[in-house]
Design a protein around this ligand. Structure first.
Ligand code: FE2
Length: 291
């Protein structure tokens, strides 16, 4: 147990993740408690708070302490809170949203700082969310590979906007229909911790800038396999009214689609508030900032 003054924090694995106790997120948090949550967020990258009875407004308010809440570009939000949306898997649906390792909305110019995900309706077991720590993914590369990657940029693309809603009965199209793309540093520097993290996925990263897809794929595939190895991650098991918070800049996540047999009959509803991030900081710019 990691003891702060106001909260208790229990790490999930040696790589990342922690469960936070002694906090009620429906209340206005005092400054000291808030600072401790922020510290734990930076230290553990993903946090989970259990048994939180939250209204949509309360989820919004807690999330908004980290930054502006932004809508999903392709999926409609709640009627009263269009920035917040639900990821809904109806019983028997054969696709599961986000069942691959990715960082959310990497194809925006300002990819999200992070998100909160609130468990509204969940199957009795399964449907975990797996994470991996992209600080560790970078840190464990050789000096030669780090030197190669430090100056590279990657082209990230959304792909077909329809795929975000058209395979799911209860998820609907938002106005934005054009594909989006953005070029970001392959290694980014976290603005608060100053630590370097790998920033690629196979879901959205198409190629390195200045190279073809064919040239880029072998190295991208190596980095993805390296980053998503089980040693660098943790897995969240959901319970009703669990709220997770993750730093989307320095982690990847994966919705585990283990909807087989009996487990395929259950509905799953998760509610996400996405927090706007900064334009990713490359190493050379971080050095300039520090100078
Ligand atoms: Fe996601």
């Amino acid at each position: 147990m990691w003891n702060y003054q106001n909260i208790r924090v229990k790490p999930i694995t040696g790589a990342m993740g922690a469960e936070v106790f002694d906090v009620d997120l429906s209340q206005d948090l005092d400054t000291a408690t808030w600072e401790e949550i922020r510290d734990a967020f930076h230290r553990f990258v993903v946090l989970i708070f259990r048994d939180q009875e939250l209204t949509d407004q309360q989820q919004f308010d807690f999330s908004a302490r980290f930054g502006k809440i932004i809508p999903h570009p392709y999926v409609t939000g709640l009627p009263d809170h269009p920035e917040i949306f639900q990821i809904i898997r109806e019983p028997g649906e054969s696709y599961s949203w986000d069942s691959f390792y990715h960082s959310d909305l990497m194809f925006l110019e300002r990819p999200p700082l992070g998100a909160t995900l609130y468990a509204k309706e969940i199957p009795p077991y399964g449907g975990d969310t797996a994470f991996c720590n992209m600080y560790l993914a970078y840190q464990t590369l050789s000096d030669g590979m780090k030197a190669l990657l430090d100056g590279l940029e990657a082209v990230n693309e959304s792909g077909d906007p329809a795929k975000y809603h058209n395979r799911y009965e209860s998820m609907h199209e938002r106005k934005q229909t054009s594909a989006l793309g953005a070029t970001h540093p392959v290694v980014r520097v976290h603005p608060e911790t100053g630590r370097k993290a790998l920033f690629i996925s196979l879901a959205f990263t198409k190629r390195f800038k200045g190279m073809t897809e064919k040239e880029s794929l072998p190295l991208l595939k190596y980095l993805y396999d390296h980053a998503t190895q089980v040693n660098f991650g943790c897995r969240l098991q959901w319970e009703p009214q669990s709220l997770a918070l993750w730093d989307n800049r320095v982690s990847l996540h994966h919705g585990v689609a283990d909807y087989f047999g009996e487990n395929a009959k259950h509905r799953r509803v998760m509610q996400r508030a996405t927090i706007e991030g900064e334009v990713p900081i490359a190493i050379r710019d971080a050095v300039k900032h520090a100078a």
